[in-house]
Design a protein around this ligand. Sequence first.
Ligand code: RP5
Length: 167
Amino acid sequence: MENKSPRVAVIMGSDSDLPIVKKSIDILKKFGVSYEVSVISAHRTPEVAVEYASNAEAGGFDVIIAAAGKAAHLPGVLAAFTTLPVIGIPIKSSTLDGLDSLLSIVQMPAGIPVATVAVDGAENAGLLAVQILSLKYNELKEKLKLHRAEMKKTVMEKNIKIKEEVF
Ligand code: RP5
């Protein structure tokens, strides 16, 4: 690591989002990236959201991951109050299968980007955060290459296995 370690703010609109967001946290753990987890709601605690985003850079964060479901305004509101990169995770809601969350997060107006991953795509949110951090923290590049190599090995093993199982 360089002088300071990378820090990711992992924010979710409700604790009900945690089972999905945990996949981002698992990735950050795997890569040895430090993080802070919070429940902040754009609608239920809007003042906290604004304050958190406004102070995130000064507080030593490099990237924000924000997960929300339904009318998912949290990532966009956070992005409006910081120039740190914000990665949005649309959470699948029970009624509209996450399309509501996806559109709420991805359809940002020009000027305030949110890097949106797939519905419930928390693993990719974690990986994208690590990839962004790797521009500043060189040692993460090697870890990312190792992660890709592991994935490749797993898929190749599956390829061999399926040929044995399916005739
Ligand atoms: C959103 O509303 C949250 O991100 C969550 O996905 C959804 C439901 O929240 P709860 O009613 O479960 O607290 O703000």
